[in-house]
Ligand binder design. Structure first.
Ligand SMILES: [Zn+2]
Length: 168
């Protein structure tokens, strides 16, 4: 699936394989939140991001029914490994995690995490992504412009329920 943020001409591709792999982590009632980081590539000329992979929850993360804090060292090691193996093409794109809600909305904690990541200069590219996977195949992609003074933030609903099927 290719998600387009028309106002700024940014496209984000989530390949079918990535979608169907991630859909398996949907948070069921009584489960804790799950999450990790998004990895991928950026084509500057076309403002085109491709999510190529994501990290999965580890025992080193801190999670509960409505919070998830990933382990920093595990994620950084994976970024380094994929960056090396791809000759510098693949890098950190942002964050993903689950919510136990249909049509998930970012929480205050999620929004402050985005601000912190921008402050830390964790992402080399102009936009930072956050994907929240809800229940029943619902999801939301948040695209944040990092450079502007008044930071623009765009939210696009994504349908994971027919992951593997093109939605056009
Ligand atoms: Zn959240």
């Amino acid at each position: 699936m290719v998600i387009e943020v028309r106002k700024i001409g940014v496209k984000v591709e989530i390949p079918d394989e990535v979608m169907s792999n991630m859909a398996r982590y949907e948070q069921l009632p009584a489960e804790n939140e799950k999450g990790g980081i998004l990895l991928g590539m950026y084509d500057k000329d076309n403002q085109y991001y491709q999510i190529t992979d994501f990290t999965v929850p580890t025992e080193h993360d801190n999670s509960g029914p409505s919070h998830f804090v990933r382990n920093k060292d595990v994620a950084q090691k994976e970024i380094n490994r994929q960056w090396m193996e791809s000759d510098g093409l693949v890098n950190y794109l942002g964050e993903w995690h689950t919510h136990a809600q249909v049509n998930p909305k970012p929480s205050i904690v999620d929004l402050s995490l985005l601000r912190q990541i921008i402050k830390d200069h964790s992402s080399l590219w102009p936009h930072l992504l956050m994907l929240i996977l809800g229940q029943a195949g619902s999801a939301i992609l948040i695209v944040v412009e990092q450079k502007r003074k008044r930071r623009m933030q765009f939210k696009v609903e994504v349908n994971f329920s027919n992951a593997g099927v093109c939605n056009r």
